[in-house]
Design a protein around this ligand. Structure first.
Ligand code: VGL
Ligand code: ZN
Length: 190
């Protein structure tokens, strides 16, 4: 199987009730669970990512960055939301662990690219949080590394700090060469 699904940062701090919640995450988890199960039954490789910061990360307001303290390694906020089903054989990739690097991408300082190459992956579908930060960064880095990348439009959620942020990110990903399709459209093609 030459396809992989990247499930980005579905963690407590980014969901309803968290410190940095994305929009409408309540309607995200069930469809992601169902889609992950469908992908698994087709043999699609599964990767779940976590934002995984040290307590002194420079993206935090206290250290001069833009964000409230979030997704600190080992805390409840950094845990996957409890109703997200993470299959036992899914690969988990952590990022953002360098204190002085913004670290939105799972391709920076991780073995993700090597893992995908070892599996022979060509197609990468991306879902999760947040559209205009970690989804965008992963999509752009995957494109740079030569993958065929599809943004799964029904299974992503933005933070939308400013109205239009999500739209702009979608347009940026499209212009960079990503396909924007629904999850079922992608599944029919891979
Ligand atoms: C993210 C803001 C800060 C994300 C991570 O996962 O999109 N956003 N850290
Ligand atoms: Zn972060």
């Amino acid at each position: 199987m030459r396809a992989a699904l990247l499930v980005v940062d579905i963690q407590n701090d980014f969901c309803v009730g968290g410190v940095l919640p994305a929009c409408e995450t309540d309607s995200l988890i069930k469809p992601v669970n169902a889609f992950v199960a469908q992908c698994a039954s087709k043999g699609i490789h599964l990767i779940f990512t976590r934002d995984w910061h040290p307590a002194n990360h420079t993206s935090f307001v206290n250290y001069g960055g833009p964000w409230p303290t979030h997704c600190v390694q080992g805390t409840d906020g950094a845990a996957f939301v409890s109703n997200l089903r993470v299959p036992a054989d899914a690969e988990i990739v952590d990022k953002g662990f360098k204190p002085d690097s913004i670290g939105y991408s799972d391709f920076e300082n991780t073995s993700l690219h090597h893992t995908l190459q070892a599996w022979g992956v060509v197609d990468v579908g991306v879902c999760g949080i947040a559209t205009e930060y970690c989804v965008l960064a992963n999509v752009e880095d995957a494109l740079t590394r030569g993958y065929v990348v599809t943004v799964l439009s029904d299974l992503i959620r933005p933070i939308e700090e400013q109205a239009g942020d999500s739209e702009a990110a979608m347009e940026k990903m499209r212009r960079s060469g990503a396909y924007l399709r629904t999850s079922s459209e992608w599944l029919d093609r891979v």
